[in-house]
Design a binder for this molecule. Structure first.
Ligand code: ZN
Ligand code: ZN
Length: 115
């Protein structure tokens, strides 16, 4: 079973950072288009191809980073904007922290999650 090179979790239903970034860009472009170029930079940081053991189910390219780690990376960056609405919107649209033990919990502790 291929695993994410960052968190070492087995990757189920793999979607690569580039494909996720397209979805994030569509979402972000409607809200904060000024952040799109930074999103591209942040995505490139996570678009690693070390082993490419897994294949993205959308574009079929090799991938190493799971959706959780990618969205965590983007989420940590969005938090630096201090835009609560944006941070919460991102969480409801993209969070892959399904058990709310990772970055969702951290965001709650940091006071970012309103609901
Ligand atoms: Zn991971
Ligand atoms: Zn892909």
């Amino acid at each position: 079973m291929p695993e994410c090179v960052l968190c070492r979790e087995a990757v189920t239903n793999p979607v690569c950072p580039d494909c996720l970034a397209e979805q994030v860009a569509a979402w972000l472009g409607e809200r904060e288009p000024g952040l799109l170029s930074e999103l591209r930079v942040r995505t490139r940081q996570m678009s690693l191809h070390l082993f490419d053991e897994d294949k993205c189910v959308i574009c079929f390219k090799g991938m190493d980073i799971c959706a959780y780690c990618y969205t965590e990376h983007i989420f940590d960056w969005l938090k630096t904007t201090k835009n609560l609405e944006l941070v919460n919107g991102f969480l409801s649209a993209f969070h892959f922290d399904l058990e709310r033990k990772g970055y969702v919990k951290r965001a709650e502790e940091e006071g970012f999650v309103l609901a």
